[in-house]
Design a protein around this ligand. Structure first.
Ligand SMILES: O=C(CO)COP(=O)(O)O
Length: 249
């Protein structure tokens, strides 16, 4: 029943021990997960292998970041090839914490997306506006410009999942209203149709991220253009399973 829902858990740098990541994984391994839910977790890079080795089949592992070159003298970076070879099948790209704190610009995000896809990974491509940009009425413009930078370099969007994450809603407890989220998701779909292809508009999953919890997820999941969630803080808690299953709630 229902459409295929996609739920990502972004553990950010919250998890600080093998014991705590193991506890989260054990919890997911014994959870009853809706058959229409595709689940991907993104632990800190130090725990990617531990997660891949202990997680049950059917739940995929994502890196939180990837570099845009396949190999070479790039201290501290990890390539798509290295991830793929280690059983890591997805990566986040363009998270606002990297755009803002690490100053990654649209061109670099686009270059990483291309490198990740070329290296055989699926990409959870994050976009979203700041509070100032929203208040200035620039939300759709900002978000589509972020995506356009990728579309200039990447034609095949079949392995891209878009995550709309308004910066003002991340980690703040201020979730976007269902109307606010649906409006931007619909605009993203419209943009996909115009600038990428009708097929991409039809098939690309568009996730919402920003203070998603098991309490607000069922309402958000009902919106026509919300195809899943990218969950931060709440993905570390047992109730993450309720969020995963919220499309069938
Ligand atoms: O940034 C996010 C997921 O990538 C959202 O984080 P929170 O769910 O903690 O607000």
């Amino acid at each position: 029943m229902g459409r295929q829902f996609f739920i990502g858990g972004n553990f950010k740098m919250y998890v600080t021990s093998r014991a705590s990541i193991t506890e989260i994984i054990d919890n997911l391994n014994k959870a009853k997960i809706d058959e229409n839910a595709e689940v991907v977790i993104a632990p800190p890079s130090l725990y990617l292998l531990l997660a891949r080795e202990h997680l049950r089949k059917g739940i995929e592992v994502a890196a939180q970041n990837v570099f845009d070159k396949p190999n070479g003298a790039f201290t501290g970076e990890i390539s798509a090839q290295q991830l793929k070879e280690s059983g890591i099948t997805w990566t986040l790209v363009g998270h606002s914490e990297r755009r803002v704190i690490l100053q990654e610009d649209d061109a670099f995000v686009a270059s990483k997306t291309k490198a990740a896809l070329d290296g055989g990974l699926g990409v959870i491509l994050c976009c979203g506006e700041s509070l100032e940009q929203r208040e200035a009425g620039k939300t759709i413009e900002v978000v589509t410009n972020q995506l356009k930078a990728v579309a200039d370099k990447v034609k095949d969007w079949s392995k891209i999942v878009i995550a709309y994450e308004p910066i003002w809603a991340i980690g703040t407890g201020k979730v976007a209203t269902t109307e606010q989220a649906q409006e931007v998701h619909a605009a993203i779909r419209e943009w996909l149709k115009k600038d990428v292809s009708s097929e991409a508009a039809e098939k690309t999953r568009i996730l919402y991220g920003g203070s998603v919890t098991e309490k607000n997820s069922p309402e958000l999941a009902k919106q026509a253009d919300i195809d899943g969630f990218l969950v931060g803080g709440a993905s570390l808690k047992p109730a993450f399973v309720d969020i995963i299953n919220s499309n069938s709630a």
